[in-house]
Write a protein that binds this ligand. Structure first.
Ligand code: NAP
Length: 316
């Protein structure tokens, strides 16, 4: 099918949904394309405790369901589609998926980022089979078992805390001797360490996955200080080692830095505009620094306001 719109919004994480609400309320009737991961990163997040106005916190998928319902008050249909190519040299811009073509006067890219894995042998076979990047989605299967979480950031500590209510014992495996997670999360983690629910394996890296007849059985680990190599038998492993921005379809189309879309920033009036006039970016896909739920939503709002301004200035 072919579509035409003044504003095409690609992505339905917090940035995309917020951009959609703002663009729709300014009368721009945006078309919103959801991408593969409807709801974005927060669908893989357990407790979100720093979303203002939600005392006691809210679980990620619940927040995204509310965002979806809220968006649908203003945007009747969100198209489930996966964009594979863009042409920014034509007016209107042309964006294509396998099945649809979208002509758009302006575009807001909010495709977010995807959880990273370690890139070790057998990983592709084991993904989804006891190797996961989402404790909220898969933690339930590990009741009474020992599991590992890899990483030392907010995600890793959040996942370890979530799993500590389900699994028997959690090994948090971190490559350094200090965590980068927020202090409040670290304090909670240390309480779980005292309880004997969590063990932190400091200065430790995963060398290999142990598998038997295609099934995940544990990890081979190395202590980076003394070089000690050993096997850790566990029921499952959760990756929390950061994210890669979803910009593969934008290679050589927009200015990128380490994979993230470069936007104008504070020095210019249209802060969220990319290297192509009329193309805007919001959320994690353009943010290597803050990457918070609230900053994602905020930048989605900014991108919608910038797109509206740009359309006016360019008589579109
Ligand atoms: P992150 O802060 O980038 O942390 C990634 C962790 O993985 C780091 O501890 C890093 O180790 C480790 N790591 C990276 N590559 C590795 C590798 N190849 N092998 C082993 N370990 C590796 O990522 P994140 O925890 O996903 O957080 C991303 C952003 O989302 C942050 O800004 C965070 O604040 C935010 N976030 C917020 C919330 C919340 O507000 N509720 C929840 C989750 C995430 P080093 O420390 O040695 O670099």
């Amino acid at each position: 099918m072919s579509f035409y719109t003044k504003v095409l919004i690609i992505g339905t994480g917090l940035a995309g949904y917020t951009a959609a609400i703002y663009a729709a309320r300014s009368g721009l009737s945006p078309i919103v394309v959801s991408g593969l991961e409807v709801g974005g990163q927060l669908m893989n997040t357990s407790d979100v405790e720093n979303w203002p106005g939600e005392p006691g916190g809210i679980i990620g998928p619940e927040l995204m369901l509310r965002m979806d319902n809220h968006t649908k008050e203003f945007v009747p249909e969100i198209i489930n589609d996966y964009i594979v190519s863009v042409d920014f040299n034509v007016t209107p811009f042309l964006v294509s998926s396998e099945k649809n073509k979208y002509q758009a006067e302006s575009i807001i890219i909010a495709t977010g980022s995807t959880a990273r894995y370690l890139n070790l042998p057998a990983e592709n076979n084991l993904r989804g089979k006891r190797l996961s990047a989402c404790a909220t989605c898969d933690g339930f299967f590990y009741k009474g078992q020992d599991v590992a979480v890899i990483g030392g950031g907010n995600t890793a500590v959040g996942e370890a805390l979530y799993l500590s209510n389900i699994a028997r014992r959690i090994f948090l495996i971190h490559r350094r001797d200090e965590l980068r997670a927020e202090k409040i999360l670290q304090d909670r983690l240390m309480a779980k360490v005292k309880e004997g629910k969590v063990d932190i394996l400091w200065n430790t890296e995963v060398k290999a996955y142990i598998e038997y007849q295609g099934k995940f059985k544990g990890l081979t680990l190395i202590n980076k200080i003394d070089g000690f190599l050993y096997d850790l038998p566990i029921g499952g492993c959760f990756m929390a080692i950061g994210h890669t921005p979803n910009t593969a379809f934008l290679q050589n189309k927009l200015k990128l830095k380490e994979g993230y879309i470069v936007v104008n920033g504070k020095s210019q009036t249209l802060e969220t505009m990319t290297s192509t006039s009329g193309v805007f970016a919001a959320g994690d896909v353009a943010d290597s620094r803050y990457r918070q739920a609230i900053t994602s939503a905020g930048s989605g709002c900014m991108a919608a306001l910038d797109a509206e301004k740009w359309l006016q200035l360019n008589n579109r």
